[in-house]
Design a protein around this ligand. Structure first.
Ligand code: ATP
Ligand code: SF4
Ligand code: MG
Length: 337
């Protein structure tokens, strides 16, 4: 986690972002019969040098947000303002230049590194694409990047299969860093790794953030992981952010029943406290992003739901406390866990 810088600037400003995937029927004349509303109107900002943790269960739309921000997808609606420029509808050379500054590291280090290339060429590839330096400069920078991520430069001619999951994730990070990005989406960067190496990779990411003044969007399905790395946390449910707050405030005083339920499922090492805790078990599965429930989209599983919740979609608005936002008609009744 980075220190809050005095006079820091907003690097990323996401405004009412939507990413819908069309559902089609028919082989020749494909008719659109509906939409997967994977990201359904999301707004947040990230200050330069800070980390926003994005948490939610599988299928809530976390990866889609990441992929949309780095413009692997063109958003259906909304703005992605990066360093005062809107990337949402940008194209051509302008987009190519901005893409250098925003990178993504994927969850599965086994799938994201092409097995036919040496790790040296994988790390160097983005530098070749962006024409950064001569061949000898690129080679030198590749060796340097290997040591920056804690790998031996002599490994440069080895292939991905010769490395463990943790080492591969270090290679993926070195590749992302090779073109000096300012912002990185880390999509569940440690979820596929053994518990024993997770802390090392998290420490590396934090060291790199401080060293290069990087800004992160850290995606995870696990609130206990983001607690260690995020300055602020956004909780996602079915394509929307339902709560956003400073990390400590979110844990101490949640304002949304979904956050409360997620927090109640994190085990506490003290057996005395653990025995007294009330665990909130949510009924049912996450509804489909094709048929989103009416009113508050969480009402089908919410233990606090009332009639109004089935009819009126609660506004995502500022609640008491500094920069604490939530979308719930009864947020003042949500208790800490
Ligand atoms: N390319 C696509 N085409 C159609 N639907 C998609 C596409 N990508 C994602 N979806 C759907 O959008 C929703 C959100 O998916 P997404 O992968 O963003 O969720 P996630 O929060 O990252 O989940 P996980 O924790 O499993 O990685 C899901 O219903 C998914 O099936
Ligand atoms: S608005 Fe109603 S259903 Fe939605 S989270 Fe709040 S109490 Fe639950
Ligand atoms: Mg995902």
């Amino acid at each position: 986690m980075a220190e809050t810088l005095v006079g820091s600037k907003t690097l990323l400003d996401i405004r009412d972002l939507k990413m819908y995937f069309p559902l089609t029927r028919g082989i020749v004349l494909q008719r659109v019969i509906g939409y997967v509303r994977a990201v359904d109107g999301i707004s947040f900002t990230i200050e330069q040098g800070q980390t926003l943790g994005l948490v939610g269960e599988s299928g809530s739309g976390k990866t889609t947000i990441g992929r949309t921000i780095v413009r692997l997808y063109k958003p259906t609606e909304g703005q992605i303002i990066f360093d005062n420029q809107d990337l949402a509808q940008m194209g051509g050379e302008h987009l190519r230049e901005i893409r250098r500054r925003v990178q993504m590291v994927f969850q599965d280090p086994f799938a994201s590194l092409n097995p036919r290339f040496t790790i040296g060429s994988l790390i160097a590839e983005p530098m070749h694409i962006y024409n950064i330096g001569s061949s000898s400069e690129i080679r030198e920078k590749t060796s340097e990047l290997l040591s920056v991520v804690g790998l031996r430069p002599e490994y440069i001619n080895r292939y991905p299969h010769e490395f463990s999951g943790g080492q591969r994730q270090r290679i993926a990070v070195a590749r992302a860093l090779s073109i000096n990005p300012e912002f990185i989406v880390l999509d569940e960067p440690v979820s596929a790794l053994d518990v024993s190496v997770r802390a090392q990779v998290l420490n590396l990411l934090q060291r790199l953030q401080n060293q290069f003044n990087l800004t992160y969007l850290f995606v995870s399905h696990d609130l206990s992981v983001v607690r260690h790395v995020a300055d602020r946390i956004a909780v996602m449910y079915l394509g929307r952010i339902v709560e956003l707050a400073d990390r400590d405030e979110l844990y101490a005083a949640p304002k949304h029943p979904y956050t409360q339920a997620l927090l109640s499922s994190i085990p506490i090492p003290d057996p005395q406290i653990e025995k007294r805790r009330h665990r909130i078990i949510l009924s049912g599965d996450l509804p489909s992003s094709i048929n989103i429930p009416s009113g508050c989209r969480f009402h089908t599983r919410c233990p606090m739901a009332q009639q109004i919740c089935r009819e009126v979609d609660p506004i995502f608005e500022r609640k008491e406390g500094r920069e604490h936002y939530a979308a719930c008609h009864f947020s003042e009744e949500v208790r800490p866990v």
